[in-house]
Design a protein around this ligand. Structure first.
Ligand code: ADP
Ligand code: MG
Length: 472
C-alpha cells in the first residue's frame, strides 16, 4: 500500500517504454526514482537540473499523458532534483595550484590522447592547455572605437578595466545598449587591451549563446564539473549578450557559480546586455543582484559629430574618400544605430566600385532609401522568426521542437501569422521554416492569432510590441 508510488511509476514506465526509443528510455527514464505519491501528485527524483529541463522539453507530453492515464485528469508531476555531491568540491579548486594542469572539460584532447573527451573550441591543440583561444576580434580596438558623449563613461571604464583587470570597482562591468551601438566592439577592445598589457592573463570572450551550447554539451557528456573548472581558470571573462540566458535556468545556475568564484578571486568579469538589468526578465534575481555589484555603463546613440567621426574612421580602412557633403548627409540621416551606418557605407562603396561612379548625394539618398526600405518591406520569414524568438527569449531552433510548451507554441503561431502578414512567402514555405509544419498548421495558426487579437486586449498589446520591432 505504502509503495503505491512505485507501483504507479512502474505502470507509467511500461507505457513510456513502448513510446520511446530504447536508448532514450534507458538514458532518461531508467534513472528516475519515484519518491512519493500524495493525492494526485507523483514526486520523482531526477539526477540533475539539466535532466529535469530535458524531460520538460522533450517528454512532457508523454509524461502527462501517461500519468493522467493512471492517476486521473488531476494528475501532477513533481520533480526532486538531486544535487550531485561529486560536483561540490569545485569551490576547492585553486586556480594557482591548477594553473598548468586544468582539467579541461569541454576540452579538445591533447594530441597524445585523441580518443577521449569532446572537443573544446578554445583550446589550441598541442599547446599547454591554459593557452586558450581568446576569441577576440583584432579589428575591434579602443583606437578605432570613436569616443563621444554617447559612450564616454563606458569607454573610459572599459579602458580602466583593461589596465587593471579585477582591480577596479567595475567588477563586473556591465555594458548595456540597444543593438548596433558598440557593445561587442567595446568588449573585444577591453579583451585585446587587457591581453596586450597583461600577456600572462587568460582572457576569454564568449557569447552567452556559446556558453549555453557548451554547457548543454558538457552536461550531456557528464562534463559539468570540467566545464566549471575550465571557466574558473579564466582571469578576464567577457560574456556578450547575456540577455540570451533569459529563461535558461541551468546555464544561469552554472554561470552564477562561475561568477561567484571568479569574483571572489578578483578576476575580471565583463558582461554586455541589450536590456537594462532590471528589464532582464527570466534572469534569476540572485544573478541580477550580482550584476549590481559593479558598474552598469550604457552606450547611447552617437550625436551627429560622433557619427561623422565614426564614418571617417570606417572609411580609413577602405581607402575610399567621400565628400563632406555626403558624410554630412549620412550622419544626419542615419540615426538608428552605428551598425546601420556601417551597412550603408559598405553598400555605397560597393555600388560605386561596381558602377565606377563617384559617390554623390543622389546615390547616397537612393541607397539609404533602399537600405531602409529593404529592412521594412521585403521581410524574410527568417528575420521575422528571429524577432519573435528574441521577444520570447527562445532560440529559433526551439520552433522545431515537438513540445506543447505554451511559450514555444505561441511563438510559433505568432511567427507564422507575422510571416504571412509581412513576407511574400507561401504558407508551405512559412510552415517549413517555422518548425517544419505543413501549410494547414500555418493556416490554423493564423486564424488562432487573428481570433485572439479580436478578443484578448493583452495579447493585442503584446502583438503591437512585436510588430513594432519587426517594422522598425
Ligand atoms: P552591439 O554589440 O551593441 O550590437 P556592435 O559592437 O556590433 O554593436 O557595433 C556595430 C558596429 O558599429 C560595429 O561594426 C562597430 O565597430 C561599430 N561601432 C559602434 N560604435 C562605434 C564607435 N563608437 N566607434 C566606431 N565604431 C563603432
Ligand atoms: Mg553585439
Amino acid at each position: 500500500m505504502g509503495d503505491r508510488h512505485v507501483e504507479i511509476w512502474d505502470k507509467c514506465l511500461s507505457v513510456i517504454k513502448d513510446n520511446t526509443e530504447p536508448q532514450s528510455f534507458a538514458t532518461w527514464f531508467k534513472p528516475i526514482v519515484p519518491l512519493s505519491l500524495n493525492n494526485n501528485v507523483l514526486t520523482i527524483q531526477v539526477p540533475s537540473q539539466f535532466y529535469y529541463e530535458w524531460l520538460e522539453d522533450k517528454y512532457i507530453d508523454l509524461l502527462k499523458m501517461t500519468l493522467k492515464r493512471f492517476l486521473g485528469p488531476e494528475a501532477k508531476l513533481n520533480y526532486s532534483i538531486v544535487m550531485d555531491s561529486s560536483e561540490r568540491p569545485y569551490t576547492m579548486l585553486m586556480p594557482g595550484s591548477n594553473r598548468n594542469n586544468p582539467k579541461n572539460p569541454i576540452g579538445r584532447p591533447a594530441p597524445e590522447k585523441l580518443s577521449e573527451g569532446p572537443i573544446n573550441p578554445f583550446v589550441i591543440p598541442g599547446l599547454q592547455k591554459r593557452q586558450i583561444e581568446s576569441q577576440l576580434n583584432e579589428s575591434y580596438t579602443f583606437d578605432n572605437f570613436i569616443e563621444g558623449e554617447c559612450n564616454r563613461v563606458a569607454r573610459q571604464c572599459g579602458l580602466e578595466v583593461a589596465r587593471k583587470p579585477g582591480g577596479t570597482a567595475y567588477n563586473p562591468l556591465l555594458i548595456y545598449s540597444g543593438t548596433g551601438l558598440g557593445k561587442t566592439h567595446l568588449c573585444h577592445a577591453i579583451g585585446l587591451e587587457a591581453k596586450r598589457l597583461h600577456p600572462d592573463l587568460t582572457v576569454l570572450y564568449v557569447q552567452a549563446e556559446q556558453l549555453y551550447n557548451q554547457y548543454f554539451t558538457a552536461t550531456k557528456n557528464n562534463n559539468r564539473v570540467d566545464f566549471i573548472h575550465f571557466y574558473q581558470m579564466i582571469d578576464v571573462l567577457i560574456i556578450d549578450d547575456i540577455q540570451f540566458l533569459a529563461g535558461k535556468t541551468g546555464t544561469q545556475e552554472v554561470f552564477f557559480q562561475i561568477f561567484n568564484y571568479l569574483h571572489q578571486n578578483n578576476k575580471q568579469i565583463v558582461i554586455t546586455s541589450d536590456k537594462f538589468p532590471s528589464d532582464l526578465q527570466n534572469i534569476e534575481s540572485r544573478l541580477l543582484s550580482r550584476f549590481k555589484w559593479g558598474l552598469t555603463a550604457d552606450l547611447q546613440i552617437p550625436d551627429v559629430e560622433t557619427r561623422i567621426s565614426i564614418i571617417k574612421e570606417k572609411l580609413t580602412k577602405t581607402g575610399i574618400k567621400l565628400s563632406d557633403e555626403v558624410i554630412q548627409y549620412l550622419a544626419h540621416n542615419l540615426r538608428a544605430s552605428v551598425r546601420e551606418l556601417e551597412g550603408v557605407i559598405i553598400s555605397l562603396i560597393a555600388q560605386s566600385s561596381i558602377n565606377k561612379k563617384d559617390i554623390t548625394i543622389e546615390m547616397t539618398q537612393q541607397i539609404i532609401e533602399r537600405f531602409v526600405r529593404n529592412s521594412v518591406k521585403e521581410l524574410s520569414v527568417e528575420y521575422i522568426i528571429n524577432i519573435v524568438c528574441d521577444y520570447f527569449k527562445i532560440s529559433a531552433d526551439h520552433l522545431a521542437l515537438n513540445t506543447r510548451k505554451h511559450q514555444v507554441v505561441q511563438a510559433r503561431q505568432i511567427a507564422m501569422y507575422l510571416s504571412k502578414k509581412y513576407s511574400n512567402a507561401s504558407l508551405t514555405a512559412i510552415g517549413e521554416q517555422c518548425g517544419k509544419k505543413d501549410h494547414a498548421t500555418v493556416h490554423h495558426a493564423c486564424k488562432t492569432v487573428k481570433d485572439r487579437l479580436e478578443t484578448d486586449k493583452q495579447f493585442k498589446a503584446m502583438m503591437a510590441e512585436i510588430e513594432k520591432k519587426i517594422v522598425l
